[in-house]
Design a protein around this ligand. Structure first.
Ligand SMILES: Cc1cc2nc3c(=O)[nH]c(=O)nc-3n(C[C@H](O)[C@H](O)[C@H](O)COP(=O)(O)OP(=O)(O)OC[C@H]3O[C@@H](n4cnc5c(N)ncnc54)[C@H](O)[C@@H]3O)c2cc1C
Length: 427
């Protein structure tokens, strides 16, 4: 039986589907790092295990060689995206009435970790990332008509969204962004630019934040920004790909738009309230990216351990040398520590707590642990770590990304310093 994610858990409750027969008795505290997609975390709920197993099954169709080819050819992984849509996974966090499964961020993080951990890395995760929680502003602030029009095609994989917040001149200082929208009654006219807009080469929709009231005319800088979810109209929007370090299967772009006519019906929430609306899903997004980083770190560790057992130099496997073994053991501990914090953040989010400190810290720790694991995986492979055929060089290139986006390490330090420790603001 092929289960769709939609209603999957309800269906599994009380039935004898093989996915329900996961034996907790046999589940030890950890699996060997050489195992493919270990699935025995005793701290995960049954629904998290079910997600893990179903996503592993899909991802097992796409081995590392597939991702190497996509990376080399700079090709979007349409097949994985289609499989995820066909089995209902693009709506994992979306309301059931529009075709979603209404599962939590905990399950969605398992999903993103599993995609990445399969060897798909940030490329595989990024190909569906925007679908998972990107349209939360529409779920929370959209009208019924908007939800009907916008959510169902996204969940079915018929429409692909991209996300335009970062701007060339203002970067992380989002409140100073310069792109504008002029209210013309039944429509708005947008002018400006965005940078790093991922998937804009293949997307046909964009969630975009622009200023509708100039900064010098608002009482607070958080006011006067507005959010639109609209067609990426290529007659008014010029999309240019940025050559970049890694994650080459998924494009990132500079976009310029001039006199772009956007219907009033595509404004999400109230005019001027866009910043508050977009902030709503930020913590969830950080948790998801943390999960993607973790997956990459575990994938690298797995490859490093396999190589350390197989490669013999000086008449013995290199993994016998503690200079090889200890850094890998250290990486396992750091990845596990990050995992515990990240899933704690996810649990808190799902229970309705505000999770800023845990979401930020979890993403930070996962990204750092993953980067270190990827670097060590390359070093464990010696010269072959530099060769594409062992895949760990691709992992290392991709492991830079969660350290930078969606929020940088420095801004997370600022957040913890100011909000948790009560220290002075640096800007
Ligand atoms: C591959 C990729 C994909 C991306 N996809 C998207 C996307 O789809 N949509 C989108 O909108 N954005 C996207 N981004 C943008 C990403 O979110 C930003 O790059 C990131 O938030 C950092 O912003 P910036 O590049 O403008 O850095 P800047 O704001 O220019 O900052 C540069 C450096 O200065 C540091 N810094 C700045 N201010 C302070 C301060 N007050 N204290 C301490 N340090 C500071 C920063 O931490 C950073 O290290 C993507 C980025 C990449 C690399």
């Amino acid at each position: 039986m092929r289960l769709r994610a939609v209603g999957q858990l309800a269906l599994l409750k009380g039935c004898s589907h093989p996915l329900t027969r996961v034996s907790y008795a046999r589940r030890t505290l950890h699996a060997k790092a050489t195992e493919f997609l270990q699935n025995n975390q005793p701290d995960w709920t049954e629904s998290m295990h079910e997600v893990r197993e179903a996503i592993s099954k899909i991802c097992s169709k796409y081995p590392d060689e597939y991702w190497l080819e996509k990376d080399n050819k700079h090709e979007f992984p349409q097949d994985l995206h289609r499989d995820m849509a066909n089995d209902g996974w693009l709506g994992i966090c979306m309301p059931q009435e529009y075709g979603g499964s209404e599962l939590g961020i905990s399950e969605a993080t398992v999903m993103m970790q599993t995609i990445s951990e399969s060897g798909a890395g940030m490329a595989g995760a990024s190909s569906v990332h925007m679908n998972i929680f990107g349209l939360e502003p529409v779920v929370k602030f959209g009208t019924t008509a908007q939800k009907e029009r916008m959510l169902a095609p996204l969940i079915q994989g018929k429409e692909k969204p991209c996300f335009g917040v970062t701007e060339p001149n203002t970067g992380l200082d989002t409140l100073k962004l310069q792109s504008s929208a002029r209210n013309m009654g039944d429509h708005y006219i947008l002018n400006g630019s965005k940078i790093w807009t991922s998937t804009a080469q293949v997307a046909n929709k964009i969630l975009i934040l622009v200023r509708t009231t100039p900064l010098d005319q608002v009482t607070k800088p958080t006011h006067g920004l507005s959010l639109f979810y609209t067609d990426l109209d290529r007659t008014a929007v010029k999309v240019t790909e940025i050559p970049k370090l890694g994650r080459s299967a998924v494009d990132s772009n500079v976009i310029f738009f001039e006199n772009w006519k956007v219907p009033k019906e595509d404004l999400i929430g109230e005019e001027g309230n866009g910043f508050k609306i977009i902030m709503h899903g930020m913590n969830a997004e950080r948790i998801l990216v943390g999960g993607e980083a973790l997956g990459l770190g575990y994938a690298a560790l797995r490859r490093a351990c396999i190589y350390a057992q197989e490669r013999s130099v000086f008449g013995r496997p290199i993994g016998k040398n503690q200079g090889i073994q200890h850094p890998l053991a250290d990486s396992w501990m750091k990845l596990e520590a990050a995992r515990l914090m990240l899933y704690q953040a996810a649990r808190m989010y799902d229970q309705g707590h505000s999770t800023g400190e845990y979401a930020n810290a979890g993403k930070f720790l996962a990204a750092e642990a993953a980067f270190e694991a990827c670097e060590r995986a390359v070093l464990t492979h010696g010269g072959m770590g530099y060769a594409k055929e062992y895949h760990v060089e691709r992992y290392l290139r991709e492991a830079m990304l969660p350290r930078i986006a969606p929020i940088s390490r420095e801004l997370i330090y600022n957040y913890i310093g100011e909000r948790v420790l009560g220290l002075a603001k640096s800007y």
